[in-house]
Design a binder for this molecule. Structure first.
Ligand code: UDP
Length: 325
């Protein structure tokens, strides 16, 4: 039985990863400060002997050292996430994302543990070269616009991971997660699908930001987890960056209509100017679609759960657990 350390293990993606690892017969130690993660995400795992939750911050080096030393592989998912949270509290975002990754990489390097670093499609910024491929330039806005703090902090994490690999041969894989969705994701930090589903189920207005012509491709969390588990089993993945995503591209207006239709909701769809939704001067990316050919080449990855099914699963979970949204 292997021990898998998951930072951010009580978060949305972390808890799904933990579930998959336990189901495969391995053991998970999750470390989470329960800031955006939550005990209830992992309550169903906590009864068994194969799961342990350690409540600590990832920049707590002493705690992390013992946990990394005791692990066979480390998944570093702990981060400040959600565009709304990032815009509201950029100091927290920058400090959490940079310090946490510094600690994890330094200790994984010291104890020679393979590590997967979760980055984000945000690092492509507002590049209009669609689909986004790992070798493309980052196109970020000015440092006076808080949104870009997230991308810049994650880019530093990536640089550091690549640098450890090149200098010391640290077995590290960097993954850029695209819009990853599914049950247990909360809409509290601005994510669009849980927000739309909540609004639709409650009969509230569905709030499309901007004119709704911006588009995304959404990936089911279970599909993303498969890629996360598969990648570090391939030696050629070490020192490399991979997009994890897929699914069909859809505009946010069409998404609002689809959520309304799948939930049988009578909600109105309304548009909200970006300045009101986030902050004055907020810049959104118009299209965000991943090129997953690199991931596919190494792992044979294909997303399996389509958008209709994703919405149905999110809505079903929300109906059964209304407090999650
Ligand atoms: N969005 C929206 N209404 C909401 C929340 C989000 O129209 O209530 C839009 C948001 O402006 C963006 C897209 O949905 O264009 C995806 O937002 P999310 O925060 O889920 O992820 P992002 O792709 O921005 O990281």
């Amino acid at each position: 039985m292997r021990t898998i350390l998951v930072t951010g293990g009580a978060g949305f993606i972390g808890s799904h990863l933990a579930e998959a690892v336990v189901a495969a017969g391995d053991r998970v130690v999750a470390v989470d400060d329960l800031s955006t993660g939550s005990y209830r995400n992992v309550a169903h795992l906590s009864d068994g002997p194969a799961f342990e939750l350690v409540v600590a911050s990832v920049d707590d080096g002493a705690t992390l050292e013992a946990l990394i030393h005791g692990a066979d592989i480390v998944y570093h998912l702990a981060a400040a996430v959600g565009v709304k949270l990032i815009v509201d509290d950029p100091v927290h975002t920058i400090e959490t994302n940079i310090r946490g990754t510094e600690v994890v990489l330094r200790l994984a390097n010291k104890w020679r543990r393979p590590v997967v670093i979760a980055s984000t499609s945000e690092v492509y910024g507002k590049s209009d070269r669609v689909p986004y491929s790992e070798e493309h330039d980052m196109v970020l806005g000015p440092t006076t616009h808080s949104r870009w703090a997230y991308a810049a902090s994650k880019a530093i994490d990536e640089f550091l991971a690549v640098a450890y690999h090149r200098r010391d041969g640290l077995p590290v894989v960097i993954v850029r997660l695209f819009n990853t969705v599914g049950p247990r994701q909360t809409g509290r930090y601005g994510m669009v699908i849980p927000t739309f589903v909540r609004q639709a189920l409650r009969g509230e207005s569905i709030t499309v930001y901007g004119d709704g012509s911006q588009s995304r491709a959404f990936t089911y969390v279970g599909d993303a987890v498969r890629a996360l588990l598969d990648l570090p089993t391939h030696r050629e993945a070490f020192g490399e960056v991979f997009n994890i995503g897929g699914g069909r591209e859809i505009t946010i207006m069409d998404l609002a209509e689809l959520v309304k239709e799948r939930t049988g909701s009578s909600s109105q769809i309304v548009t909200v100017p970006y300045d009101e939704a986030y902050a004055p001067g907020f810049e959104d990316m118009h299209r965000r679609v991943p090129d997953i050919s690199k991931l596919r080449r190494i792992t044979g990855f294909e997303p399996k759960v389509d958008l209709e099914e994703i919405i149905d699963r999110v809505a079903e979970h929300a109906r059964q657990n209304p407090d999650f949204l």
